[in-house]
Design a protein around this ligand. Structure first.
Ligand code: DAK
Length: 260
């Protein structure tokens, strides 16, 4: 059997590292990789994984884009299907009931940048390179790049990056708000694990509901977002974690959350 296209490593009971594993093709995304990722997201959910760290195999690339050789001969109908199935996997990442951190360890181009932007947080190594080169190939970003990039950097800068297909280095990605942090080369996964540990000490239900509330801002108006926030805030008060978190504060002790 061929080696797995996406590797699964349980770092601890609640944290998994998923590694896109096609280093010879700079981890380019083809339908089989997307399917493998989709299956592993199901596994993560079934196993109660609260934080997923997504990275690329090898020192050179996170993901250098959709696989150009797999895309070159697509018909318009097949291309639309490919785009929709890619978007579906990225939507699963974006709405995963837990935190997803992209550890970008090199090129994150095209579909690779879109994959990173579908994650909740992006930690970039100093050698990370981001870009949406699609117009140079005669296509547009197809995995949500025209939408998520606008939300991260604003309309005008997104236009400039997409129209010019300009590749940017880690410091600019940090300055534009694409990367949350830049760490030294090779240290992105380690830093992501540290973030996972910090988040893991908080109320897991509250973190999930906070993600849902923040995402609802992205999908609608401010009024809709505030309404969702109020609803989800109310839901917290049905949880044992809320009782525990507040009792622990008042009792001047550390909270022990049960994720319920
Ligand atoms: N696809 C397939 N193979 C790729 C690849 C890619 N995206 N990127 C790199 N590779 C392969 C190279 O072909 C090479 O393979 P061999 O020749 O060794 O067999 C190997 O990885 C190493 O790459 P290089 O030799 O080129 O390495 P360099 O260091 O010289 O250059 C590079 C690294 C990242 C600058 C360069 O490889 C490069 O420019 N790669 C292409 C980057 C790119 O254009 N990415 C965007 C792809 S387009 C849509 C859905 C989705 C999308 C669009 C539409 N719909 C269906 C509508 C998304 C599109 C994209 O992501």
């Amino acid at each position: 059997m061929s080696e797995s296209l996406v590797l699964y490593e349980a770092h601890d009971e609640h944290t998994a590292i998923l590694t896109i594993n096609r280093p010879k093709a700079l981890n380019a995304l083809n339908p089989a990789v997307l399917e493998a990722l989709d299956l592993l997201l199901t596994r993560c959910q079934q196993e109660g994984i609260r934080t997923i760290i997504l990275t690329g195999a090898g020192p050179k690339a996170f993901v250098a884009g959709a696989d150009i050789s797999a895309m070159a001969d697509l018909t318009a109908t097949e291309a639309e299907f490919f785009a929709r199935s890619g978007q579906a996997v990225l939507d699963r990442l974006a709405s995963y009931p837990g935190v997803v951190i992209a550890a970008v360890n090199g090129f994150a181009l095209g579909g690779g940048m879109e994959l990173a932007m579908a994650c909740d947080l992006i930690v970039a190594s100093a050698n990370a390179r981001f870009g949406q080169p699609e117009v140079g190939l005669g296509v547009i970003p197809g995995f949500g790049g025209t939408q998520r990039l606008v939300r991260l950097v604003g309309v005008q800068r997104a236009r400039e990056l997409v129209f010019s297909a300009r590749m940017i280095k880690a410091p600019e990605a940090l300055q534009l708000g694409i990367a949350l942090e830049v760490v030294e080369e090779g240290a992105a996964v380690t830093r992501a694990l540290a973030l996972a540990a910090t988040i893991g000490g908080k109320g897991p239900v509250a973190v999930r509901l906070a993600k849902e509330a923040i995402n609802s801002h992205l999908d609608g108006t401010l009024a809709e977002g505030l309404s969702a926030e109020a609803r989800l805030f109310g839901r917290c008060f049905k949880t044992a974690d809320q009782d525990e978190g507040m009792a622990a504060f008042l009792g001047k002790r550390a909270a022990v959350f049960i994720n319920g």
